[in-house]
Design a binder for this molecule. Sequence first.
Ligand SMILES: [Zn+2]
Length: 464
Amino acid sequence: MSRQASPLLHDYKPSAAAKPAKSKALKWFAVGLGIPLLGISLYNGLGSSDPKPVPSETPVMTAADESPLPAEEKDATTITSDVMESTVTPEPEPLFDSLTLTVGRGDTMEKLFRRNNLNIGHLMTIAQLDEAKQRFRRIKPGDVFEVEHDDGQVVSLFSKLNLTSALRIEKSEEGFTATVIERPVEIRKRHAYGVIESSLFESAAQAGLSDKTVMNVAGIFAWDVDFILDIRSGDNYYVQYEEIWQDGEFVTDGEIIAAEFNNNGRQIQAIRFKDEDENTDYFTPKGNSVRKAFIRAPVDFTRVSSNFNPNRRHPILNTIRAHRGVDYAAPRGTPIKAAGDGKVIFRGTKSGYGKVVILQHGGNITTLYAHMSGFAAKARVGTRVRQGQTIGYVGMTGLATANHLHYEYRLNGVHRNPRTVSLPDAEPIAEKYRQQFLAEAAPILEELEKFKSTQVASIAYNAR
Ligand SMILES: [Zn+2]
């Protein structure tokens, strides 16, 4: 979302080593990141097939609404329930003890087992099972294993593999067996309508719309709408999005299917398209991309530490040396993204630049990323990278006084200011997908229009 940090334009301090946290720019940036400046009030609407309850307007019974009980009667109630609790027969103890093992940093299955006094021999046997072998090899911090045991003797083990499947290991007379259980998810469609008025997150919460989905909406339109500068009171949007449900329970919000943003009289619509490789992208109803071909700033930065400047005094060399890129200060290790789809044409060390990646985008544009602490394994010379894909990590290799990304944008071999150069639109829908896209988009747009008309009707009704 750093591309929205336009208030940073006034932060032109030339030192790459300046302290990060206290600048005005950072404060502005933090505001930009959260996109809280657009106040949006949301009216949540439901797709026809949608059973999730809407936050209801029905007043909740409060204590004051209840007819107050006489004090004695209240006491009596309390006593009764106390007596009842004490006379209830205790529940039979579960057959086995259960344990939740949560993987921490540096943990192995063996460490987890030892720490919890579970039978290591059992672990060795379980680890021989194909399904378990794969699961155990890929444990990462935060992973959870549910274990039932009898005094350390493993009886069963359960762990999610991904959203739709889980591994279950059980002990029987023949020994341990592993089963992969499918846990299908159900995608439910929802609609929401938002009007920009006061605070986005406040109203989003009110309408039951998650921060995640609000951020997704903002992310889709961020290429065209500056969420700090362009927003006007009365701006509104419609969104159709997915919810993921499993076993009758809501899991999380999914992707946005389609959205419309009405900004100061201008209408922008975006419809999702998934290609055969499951890559998701958003296009206008005519099939044009809602993105630009380049991300303005290819790193989530804390501040711009040095701008494009043909007459800059170099902070280390202390000579006048053109600064042909932009320096974005960010903590060491922050991922650096490919600004656009392209091909890696250089990856290595260039004296003052330190560790560098250069990407070629089409015939006439190259981008350069310098002072990296390391490269992303997949971004090897000759490989194609997608916009937003991590190609390396922020560092201070070469001539640098602090961790930052030095980013250059060259058009026909000439350095241009990456912060002001006019960026080409991203490619429209690929020709081979055009018919498919148009066919898929039509019913989605129809549903969006239908939802809009119900909203418009209810707004008109409420306004009477
Ligand atoms: Zn620089």
